[in-house]
Write a protein that binds this ligand. Structure first.
Ligand code: FES
Length: 305
């Protein structure tokens, strides 16, 4: 996964250089849209960051977008079933047309929330995942527009029975399913939004990490504990250590910026509290594993808490 940062410089980017070929039309569209999204919901690197973090789900400790997307999919699928029921027997099942109308409306409202949270996540994506995300968003937007038209057609009919509205719903649900497939590809195929430290297991016994003399105050220092990269800092008389691989997309926190008790990831600007690893602002939603620190005989020892 490549990084994209609000104020990134070439120096910030530890990944291989981008190919020199000119950006594709999809890249250009994505960049314009991402800049537009960030202009509206804010940047990770400049306060206020709270609204964007709220949309990512940092406060929840879990990505918010996938938790919301089930609602429109479920509601619109229910609308399809209701439509089939009343179309099969309009006189006997007119109640189902009204049920479809309500389900379509619930789906529209939930889809707007899903779109806003999804755009927040997508604004920090890059490369192939950004391209797939653009198609995912495009298909879902198409479905949303079709369902809005479908809803107003239903409203225009006193009984809510509109064959055209039902047909639009059938077309839209296909678009939703294809978009859901692409969303799954982003997560399961490209690792978008997964916790990048979920499989890291450091030592649960204290391991010698660094001589005390080699750790200046207020300086981020990368060490390894049982093969796991850890970022260590001395703040006054206290030591703090958390996993160095950023839970958001794997950025190196030891190359980040220390802001008091908080480290900011160099890739997309997530901020974590050093004393407990808690994600303070996104796009990260998962906290960092914390390490216990012991100092003995001039040596710093660490173990995963
Ligand atoms: S890798 Fe994205 S914020 Fe750290």
């Amino acid at each position: 996964m490549r990084e994209i940062s609000d104020n990134a410089t070439t120096h910030d980017n530890p990944e291989p250089e981008l190919p020199s070929e000119s950006p594709t039309l999809t890249d250009r569209i994505s960049e314009v849209l991402q800049n537009g999204v960030k202009a509206v919901i804010g940047s990770n690197r400049k306060p206020p960051r709270r609204f964007k973090s709220l949309l990512h789900g940092t406060w929840l400790g879990h990505p918010l977008h996938p938790a919301i997307t089930d609602v429109p999919i479920g509601a619109w699928l229910l609308a399809v079933i209701f439509d089939i029921v009343w179309l099969a027997s309009p006189d006997a099942n007119s109640w189902a047309a009204r049920g479809a109308e309500i389900a379509v409306l619930i789906g529209i409202l939930a889809a707007i929330a899903a779109a806003v949270t999804g755009l927040a996540d997508w604004s920090d994506s890059y490369g192939a995942e950004r391209t797939v995300g653009l198609y995912h968003a495009g298909l879902n937007s198409l479905a949303l527009i079709l369902y809005i038209v479908s809803f107003f057609l239903r409203l225009a009919d006193p009984s809510g029975e509109s064959v055209a509205a039902a047909i639009l719903g059938f077309i839209a649900i296909v678009s939703v399913f294809v978009a859901a497939y692409l969303g799954g590809d982003m997560v399961f195929g490209k690792g978008t939004g997964v916790n990048h430290v979920a499989w890291q297991e450091g030592s649960h016994d204290f391991v010698a990490a660094l001589p005390v003399a080699e750790l200046p105050d207020n300086t981020l220092r990368r060490v390894e504990v049982a093969g796991v990269p850890v970022v260590l800092v001395k703040l006054g008389t206290k030591y703090a250590a958390i996993a160095s691989t950023c839970s958001h997309a794997g950025g190196p926190l030891d190359e980040g910026e220390l802001q008091g008790d908080v480290v900011q990831c160099p890739w997309h600007g997530s901020r974590f509290r050093m004393r407990d690893g808690k994600a303070i602002t996104g796009p990260a939603t998962f906290s960092q594993p914390r390490y216990d620190v012991q100092v003995r005989d001039g040596m710093i020892y660490l173990r995963q808490a």
